[in-house]
Write a protein that binds this ligand. Structure first.
Ligand SMILES: Cc1ncc(COP(=O)(O)O)c(C=O)c1O
Length: 461
């Protein structure tokens, strides 16, 4: 469907009819907030919904529409919304103070939990976000090795700071985005993660590489999965050539398994960046890794190792409220089969969606790992059999490189109109409290949405 025809579409008319209050809030918001958005990935055409409350696997928008939620707090909510254990912990904490400006036992307990769960986590340092965590991890890798360059991969997202701004969602050729210094972009080397051989060759040839950072799921929490063996060979090549390996486990941490992607794959990086689930859905992040690398933050340890102490501040690091939420969440992950439950449900959703596209004769690919589902909408209309679809074969250019935002928005507003909110990629992050009722509702909504898109000429191929 052409863009200019969108406003006359029944899908869009249905969405507008259900979301009048969100439309009003969007207009009001745009007067004071650029684009009416506080995160680029909340973009939705014709306008986003505004949400008022959430509970378990559901949320309610400003018009009172009840939605099964797969945005999951951008992946932070493996226990769903307002889990009773979390509400109790945060409520107890808030009356004891929200910021002590001091060391505290909850931060110790929080770090001990990460240390027990995550294989690489000999030491932990808290930050206020995932962006801060990748920033700190890069500083630690450079300081530890005395080398300047960090290798990263096209399409892999590590937050919004200057060093990782190019190549994740735009400037895939490594060009410098507006507002970013060219020299900073040049301090990283952007590689394709489609094949490991060029990365092995680069590591063997150059002696200025401090480390390699990667989303171990593949770009965008698995939107572009890695080939089997890629991570193991990357681990071997970094070790062989004296470069550090950093896993960005901001999404995969405590979701891919209770030990993150490193626990799931049995491949231990030297250092990892964490956020989202690590802070129980409250603002927070962390860097975890080898003691000798993290101890550069410790004046005495750095001095005795003959190293310069690395500076790191942050008003909200290990904030007590986040610590309370994190301890409640990570304790449940440690003692119960939280990741496994979420993964089982995601598997049922993937299977059900695949059945629907096969039945409807729609050439889309349904895939995803752990507790996620991904929907490849095949914008270029390539020949594709949904029953045997293998995302790995398409690589970055075939998957993320061809993404069509309009098609993704169309699916998302159709799903919202049928009571389900998915991520804009499009795809979803499933929690341990999504169950059979949510799966049924989701598949009904998906079937109706796919049929509506078919009727409006949105399906290519
Ligand atoms: C893999 C990855 N790394 C880093 C970040 C940045 O985290 P934050 O949004 O907490 O700054 C994100 C956020 O979505 C992410 O998905």
């Amino acid at each position: 469907m052409a863009n200019d025809a969108l406003t006359n579409s029944p899908i869009e008319a249905g969405y507008r009819a259900l979301t009048g209050r969100s439309a009003e809030l969007d207009l009001r918001s745009r007067k004071v907030i650029p684009a009416g958005l506080t995160h680029d990935s909340r973009t939705l055409l014709p306008y986003p919904i505004h949400v008022e409350r959430a509970q378990g696997p559901r949320k309610w928008d400003a018009d009172g529409n009840e939605l099964v939620d797969y945005f999951g707090g951008h992946g932070a909510l493996i226990l769903g919304h307002a889990h009773p254990a979390l509400v109790e912990a945060v409520t107890r904490q808030i009356s004891r103070g929200t910021h002590w400006g001091a060391c505290h036992e909850p931060e110790v307990q929080w770090a001990e939990l990460i240390n027990r769960l995550l294989p690489c986590a000999e030491r932990v340092r808290f930050t206020a976000s995932g962006t801060e965590a990748t920033h700190l991890a890069m500083r630690l890798m450079r300081a530890f090795t005395g080398k300047s360059r960090v290798v990263r991969f096209v399409g892999h997202f590590h937050g919004w700071h200057d060093q990782v701004a190019a190549g994740s969602n735009s400037h895939f050729d490594g060009g410098t985005p507006a507002g970013v210094l060219g020299g900073i972009t040049d301090a990283t080397i952007l590689m394709s993660a489609d094949e490991i051989e060029p990365v092995e060759a680069l590591l063997a040839q150059r002696d200025d590489i401090a480390g390699v950072m990667i989303e171990p799921s593949g770009a965008g929490w698995g939107q572009v999965p890695l080939k089997p063996g890629f991570l193991a060979r990357l681990r071997a090549a970094t070790t062989k050539n004296g470069a550090l390996l950093m896993f960005d486990e901001v999404v995969t941490g405590f979701r891919w398994s209770r030990g993150g992607a490193q626990g799931r794959y049995g491949i231990t990086p030297d250092i990892a960046a964490l956020a989202k689930i690590v802070a129980g859905g409250l603002p927070g992040g962390a860097v975890a890794g080898r003691a000798d690398i993290l101890d550069q933050l410790d004046s005495a340890a750095a001095k005795s190792a003959g190293r310069e102490k690395i500076a790191h501040q942050g008003t909200y690091n290990a904030n007590p409220l986040a610590a309370a939420a994190a301890i409640a969440t990570l304790s449940l992950i440690e003692s119960e089969d939280i990741c496994e439950r979420a993964e089982r449900t995601a598997g049922e959703i993937r299977d059900g969606m695949r059945r629907i596209v096969i039945e409807e004769g729609v050439p889309w690919g349904i895939y995803g790992e752990a507790s996620t589902f991904q929907i490849f909408q095949n914008p270029k209309g390539i020949a594709l059999d949904p029953a045997t679809f293998d995302a790995v074969k398409l690589g970055f250019a075939g998957l993320k490189g061809v993404k069509d935002a309009t098609l993704a928005h169309r699916l998302r507003i159709a799903m919202i109109s049928n009571g389900v909110d998915i991520m804009g990629s499009p795809g979803g992050l499933v929690s341990a409290v999504h169950g059979p009722t949510e799966v049924t509702r989701t598949l009904e909504a998906f079937g109706k949405s796919v049929r509506a898109m078919k009727a409006e000429g949105d399906i290519r191929g």
